[in-house]
Design a protein around this ligand. Structure first.
Ligand SMILES: Cc1ncc(COP(=O)(O)O)c(C=O)c1O
Length: 388
């Protein structure tokens, strides 16, 4: 009998992929399934980006690239950060990785070990808690509450820091809640962190371009006092509808870029060369497709929030960013998991139980509105009839 390491039993998963598999299996049996579970844009990658990858292949970009990414792409990322976040970053501190997830995996592995603590958002992207546990560190949940618009309280977060805290993870705009952290709260967090110079910070800003009602992205890159221990995670998946391309980047402080690159060399060597050239076209080319997608998400956001609030037992606040709504469903009398299963089996609507995003997600369901308005309206109608 083969014997795996104990850490494997602590490694979790991302239920979105399981729900997707179940939804696909039901669809294969001929059931009409509307998928509001999946966290990816329902748009295609803009054609000029696809063409840049095809051209790169035709031009012979078939070999390994530097482990941290081609210099042209890292320069394009630095220019993009200056444009959208108003922060100056040296291209030498940027590492291109196969998807946003890799930066979080490396950051957590770099700081987590038995005897240490890592603070992470809960409810939050499930991979944070999974990899923290895998590393042997103790996961310390940062509570994100509905009454706070699913933002955190900086005061509360700072009070959770102990001498064992190695890393603090923040995510705004957030998955699964669509919550955004206001700049004043980020100011307080950054100011408070000055008293904890040994705590590294990873800011997951992958939804930074998806904000509504005139909200502005409060990037932690704007705080000079954090720059020597700040890791910023971003990528192309959400902004440019490129989830399948596996393109992400991390901005690492000078002291961590070499160990981060070493992790890349040990893991994947480098990112697909053609995808990197496409990444340049995405950042430097026209941004109309991004604007159109965000405008469409905004319109659907209004539709879904209004409709969710009309389902008996549901209560949904307006998400400020990303493409998720996270209604409170306690009033239905079902647990989140029971309701997820009921809606999939009886209404043919895939959603994700809030508990897939941590224990604090009990009583909530995540709806992705990266689907057409027509499908969203049909799905909500079906849910209403199943629950009435
Ligand atoms: C908050 C958050 N961070 C990171 C990722 C990972 O993105 P990628 O598909 O680029 O690995 C996701 C994807 O759903 C996400 O929601």
């Amino acid at each position: 009998m083969v014997k795996m390491v104990a850490a494997m039993s602590r490694l979790g998963t991302e239920s979105a992929f399981e729900v997707l598999a179940r939804a696909n299996a039901l669809a294969a049996q001929g059931k009409d399934i509307i998928n509001l579970g999946i966290g990816q844009p329902d748009f295609k990658t803009p054609p000029h980006i696809v063409e840049a990858a095809a051209k790169a292949l035709r031009d012979g970009h078939h070999g390994y690239t530097p482990a941290n990414g081609i210099p042209e792409l890292r320069e394009a990322v630095a220019a993009d950060i200056a444009k959208w976040r108003g922060a100056e970053v040296d291209p030498a501190n940027i590492m291109i990785v196969p998807g946003g997830k890799v930066t979080m995996f490396f950051a957590i592995l770099m700081f987590g070990e038995p005897g240490t603590e890592i603070i992470y958002p809960n409810p939050g992207f499930p991979i944070y808690e999974s990899v923290i546990k895998f590393s042997g560190a103790t996961p310390v949940p940062m509570a994100l509450r509905e009454e706070n618009g699913f933002s955190f309280s900086a005061e509360e977060v700072l009070a959770q820091i102990t001498p064992k805290t190695r890393l603090l993870i923040v995510n705004s705009p957030a998955n699964p809640t669509g919550g955004t952290v206001p700049r004043e709260e980020m100011d307080k967090l950054a100011a408070g962190l000055e008293a904890h110079p040994d705590v590294a910070v990873m800011s997951d800003e992958i939804y930074g371009r998806m904000l509504y009602d005139g909200r502005e992205h409060a990037s932690l890159l704007n705080y000079e006092s954090l720059r020597d221990r700040l890791i910023v995670l971003d990528g192309w998946s959400k902004t440019y509808a490129m989830t399948g391309w596996r393109m992400g980047y991390g901005v690492w402080p000078a002291a961590l870029i070499e160990p981060a690159t070493r992790l890349s060399i040990n893991c994947h060597s480098c990112v697909n060369a053609a995808a990197q050239w496409a990444g340049i076209a995405a950042l430097e080319g026209p941004q109309d497709a991004v604007d159109e997608m965000v405008t469409a998400f905004d319109a659907r956001r209004r539709v879904i929030v209004r409709a969710l609030n009309q389902i008996p037992g549901f209560r949904c606040i307006e998400p400020g960013g990303a493409f998720y709504a996270f209604p409170n469903v306690e009033g239905t009398g079902f647990t989140a998991r029971e309701l997820q299963d009921k809606l999939l089996n009886e209404a043919g609507v895939a959603t994700i139980a809030g508990t897939s995003f941590g224990a604090q997600g009990e009583g909530y369901l995540r709806f992705s509105y990266a689907n057409s308005t027509e499908n969203i309206e049909t799905a909500i109608e079906r849910i209403r009839s199943v629950l009435s």
